[in-house]
Structure formats: structure tokens, C-alpha cells
Write a protein that binds this ligand. Sequence first.
Ligand code: NOJ
Ligand code: CA
Length: 693
Amino acid sequence: MKFFNQTILVSLMCWGVACSPSADKLITVESPSGNNLITFFLTDAGEAAYLVAHNNKIVIDTSYLSFEFKGQPTLQQGLITAGQHERTFNEQWEMPWGEQRTVINHYNELKIDLIEEQGLNRQFSIIFKVYDDGIGLRYFFPEQTNLTEVMITDENTQFNLTGDHDVWWIPGDWDIYEYLYNETKLSAVDATSKRNHPNLGQHNYIPENAVNTPVTMKTKNGTYLSFHEANLTDYAGMTLKVDVVKLSLQSELVGSENTDYKVIRTTPFSTPWRTVQIADRAGDLIESNLIVNLNEPNKLGDVSWFKPTKYVGIWWEMHLGKSSWSKADGKHGATTENAKKYIDFAAANDIGAVLVEGWNTGWEHWIGFEDREGVFDFVTPYEDYDLEEVVRYGREKGVELIMHHETSAAPRTYEQQMDTAYSLMQSLGIHAVKTGYVGKIIPKGEYHHGQWMVNHYRKAIEKGAQYQVAINAHEPIKATGIRRTYPNAISREGLRGQEFNAWSVEKGNPPDHLPTVAFTRMLAGPIDFTPGIFNIKLSPYKEEHQVNTTLAHQLALYVVIYSPVQMAADLPESYSGHPAFQFIRDVGVNWEQTRVLDGEVGDFVAIARQERGTRKWFFGAITDEEPRELTISLDFLDDNKNYTATIYSDGDKSHWNDNPTDYKITTADVNNASSLDLKLAAGGGVAISFTEK
Ligand code: NOJ
Ligand code: CA
């Protein structure tokens, strides 16, 4: 039992009779440095409640925890404590690849065993882990007579907030995360107004005024909170229902139209962790390792068969309409000849891999087909694409292929073919696949983020691992740090990617998109955003559309956005002979360490990362529609070393809309006592590579 805090007692009393336990009934646990403190108690009615304080200020006020089941009474009141266990844990573990090599996992844990005093005497435990960068809580249901097969209709985990915070949110859609972030007060969250959003694809479903996670907030005192979940395993994804009057959040699990429950499990089982990252600086949210730390250690052992890599691919040309996935309309992109052209380009530019979309039969029946079962075949190429020859040619040039499996959201078809498809990949020495789940899920009534699909996505990761295949899923379930346990879950989409810029003017991502994503979606894990568009106005293919950033902003994304597969997304002809392409050639994809130097959610972010192996430093900063001047101290550079900084910045007249390709390359002699004054244009950015002299 840790120290007892006066502020908390006052707060508890304010909540009235139902929850005014005397101080000796409060159980507390604090983080290793003492900055975060959780208080747990049972109300007089025997209901479980908790609070969270940060630096002696309450950030989550008294919040209750309960479960509703099919065929059983609600598990809420009449609980008594049957046990209480505390422990401290401190370890260091190594990421096989990642934002940093070494991760410290240091927390204090409190496990409270609860039992219903009467009736069914059902039991469960609440486990709290308190870190310096936030907290996690999960439920464990042990094996017991009156709870065997459990059908959860609702999990009611509350987060009762202390004010009308600024919130960066996307709607709690059960099918898709590909929204622009909204910045509003908590009281103004109106997710259901996004129903039938004209800018989205064919599938979206927002039943409640709920938000998806990670959802990030800033309090009046300047504390940052981000709510998410960790280790989403055999459970439904969690959205957070917003009570705009009480200013609170409550878990709302994604359901299915095929069942009258949302989760089915057999005891014993644990739920995912419900997480709150807590920071005094926006950048600390990005540096936080809470989500990966709340996952189990690597189960796969040696995963050196996968190597972090940059890649190019037959991809953007489809989104530009230059070529197509399907062979039907005479401009098929995935031909042997075209693939070889990309391989040549990759080989000439130190790019390790080539993605080829549209290589396999079935694309004629892709979008718009109701019955998509059995349409795609993941082993049979179109006749103008010689898979073996492309692989052979790549090997000759030292370039690997990245496989593509668009499932068209027909996961049963995909599951039937997983073994053959992954074993074909293994036999060809292909170690990564980009998967896709465009469309409404078949079977009808399932949603992308429900338990049924969570299990499907996991199956792909587990099966993939058996065949040494790494997965980069598009239209995925959210990242919840599973990459710690299954490092072959290398990256994913799960946000509004670059492709939206090619689709239409209204769909384009505005300049503040990525300065928001860095503090929201990126807290969940690696992002396959596909940066690096140089032909910003998309000429001559889609001249009425454009990317809404400067070219320097596109370069900076290679440092700002983390992914162990990082695409150079534009066409080879946009890069050939372009001096700024040197940065993409040079920049790392796998990091020894990461420092978030500065930033504000939705405004700008500045990150330095040191490459593993070479120990070279790279820097990237991006801004929203506001031009910005930043002074960056280079104290992260190694002691007693002199460097040449090659600075790719916006030109003097640069502007995301009026003059996006205006950029300049300058150099400076620097060391770790230097600082740099940087100017970012509206929608602009800066990218720097540091070379030791
Ligand atoms: C959606 C993915 O996000 C995109 O990258 C891909 O090209 C298409 N699906 C086709 O699979
Ligand atoms: Ca997508």
C-alpha cells in the first residue's frame, strides 16, 4: 500500500454517499517515480471503482467498472475483496527492429481479486499496472462454476474526466479508421454526424456517439492523455462512448449482427488492457512505450528472416489511374516488364524491396461485387506476370518482392488459401505481404473491428509466422502492441493514408493531418502511410487533385512516421534525377533511439532518430497550415564528433498549395553544442541527415 493522497479523499467525498469509503478502504498503487497514482475502492454497494492522479492532480475521477452478460445478471454490485497482490516489475527488452533498440518495462502492479458475496459468487480480478508514462488496467476471469462460457454484451469500463478537454478524435466506426481527425472540446464530440460521410469508402458504421482509439486529449493544465488498448486478443475492439454532459468515456465494444453478444470466451481468460498514456509534454506521448510493454514478450524467437526496408512499388500508378489492378481494361500495371523496371530502380537506389499489386487473378471482380467469396486467388498470376521470373530477377539484383493479397474483405476465402499462399511465398523467398480488406466483411453482419475479425487478423499473423511471412495489413484491426509478441506484425494502415490524396479534392488529407496522426494513431504502432510524393500536383494524371503538403514535408515523414517498411511511394520517373531523392536513399528505417524534440498535437512535430548499425542521425519536422520557425538543439548528437548536416527545407516561396515543390538543400557544420534555426512553410517540413566528418 502506497501513500494516501489528500486530494483523492476530497474528490471521493464529493461523489456522495455511494462512494465515500473511509481512507482505510482505499487501495493505492503508484508508478516507479511516483508521478502516477491509482486508487481503487469498493463502494458501499460493493461496486468496483478507481481514480488516477498525475503529479498529485486527479486526471481520471471516480470511475466504475462492470460487465453485462447474455443470460446472466450484470456483474457490478455486491462485490467483496477476496485478495490483493502487489508487485514491482523491472526489465529491459530488445525490439528486433523498431523506434528504439532497448525498451525499459518498469511498473508497479496491483491485482484485486473480487467475488460476489451472494448469488452466483462469480469471481474476477482487476489488474492495474502503473508506469511513469501511463497506466493499464485489465480484467481476468478465472475458471469457476458459475462462469464457464461467457457471452459479454457490454464491458463498462469508465474514464471519468476532470474537465472539458481539447480532444483529437475520429468516430467510433466499427469498420474503418480512415477519417480525418476532429479537434473539438470533449463536450462537442459528435461522432454520429460522420454517419454516411461522403468522403469514405463503401463501408462504415457508427452506431453511437463514440470515438475510436487512440484518442488524445489536452487538459487546461497542459497534461496530455491518450486512451487506447493493448494486447487485443480474442476480444472485440473497443470504441469509447462519450458522455458530453458528464464529460466521461465508457468502453463500447464492437459487435456483430450475427450474435446477440459482442465477445464470447471460456474461463479462464483475460481482457485486453485499457490504457491511458499520461504526459506533461506532447512529445512524451510518442516516446511512451506503454502499449508494447503491456504485451507479452516475443513468441517467435529469431525473426531475422525479415529485414526492415524501404520499398517502391506498382501501386501509386493505379491510384493515379496510369495503370490498373485488373487486366480487363488494357492497362494492367503488374506486368513482368514493369516489375523489372521497378526492380532496376530499387537496385540503383539502395531500396530493398518492390511491392506489386494487381499480380493475381480476380481483380475484375473487386469493388462493387456483393459476393466476393472465392474471387481472389493468391497463388495464380495473370498471364502477363511471370512471378518466378520476377523473383529471380529481383534476387539477381538484390531486391526482394513484397507480396500483395487483397482479400476484398472475404476472410474465409483468404483463410482457405493461407497455407498455400504463404508456403508459395516461403518457397520463393518472399518474406512480407501487404494484405487488404476493402469492402464490407463477408460473412455479412461481421465488422472489421469485431471479435470475429480480430481473430482472423491474428490468424494471418500466426500462420504468417509459420511460413516466415511478415504482415503489413491495410484496413486492419488497430495496432495494440502485438508486434512485441509477434514481431512479424510489422506495420499496418488503419488511418487515412496517402492514397486519399489521389482520389479527389475533398478526400485529400489537409496539412494538419500528419501533425495530428503523430500524436494519435501513431501511439498505437507502426504506420504504412506511404510517404514521398514528389509530383505533388499529380500531373498529368490527376491535375485537379493534389497532395496538400510541401515536398520537404514529404521527406520529413520518413523520420516522423515510424514503420519498418517505408515506401517511396511516387513513380520512379518522379524521382529520377531529382536532387531531393538523395534523402530518401539515405534515410534509415530501423532505429537505435528516438527523440521527440518538440511538438503540439495537430500543429507540428519534430523528431530525431538514430539509425541502428550506422548510428547515423536523421531529423524530420512537419507543420500544419501554419508556417513555423523552430530552433532545434542538436544535443542528441554524439559527443566529440563533427557532422555535416544536409538540410532539405522548404524554399523561401514554398507553400503547400501555391508552391509545394519549392525546396532547397543546404549544408552546415555542426556538433552536439550546435543548434539550428529552421523555417517551415505553410504545410511544410524539414528533413536533415547528419554525416560524421
Ligand atoms: C486499399 C489499400 O489501402 C491500398 O493501398 C491498396 O492499393 C488497395 N486497397 C488495393 O488493395
Ligand atoms: Ca486503405
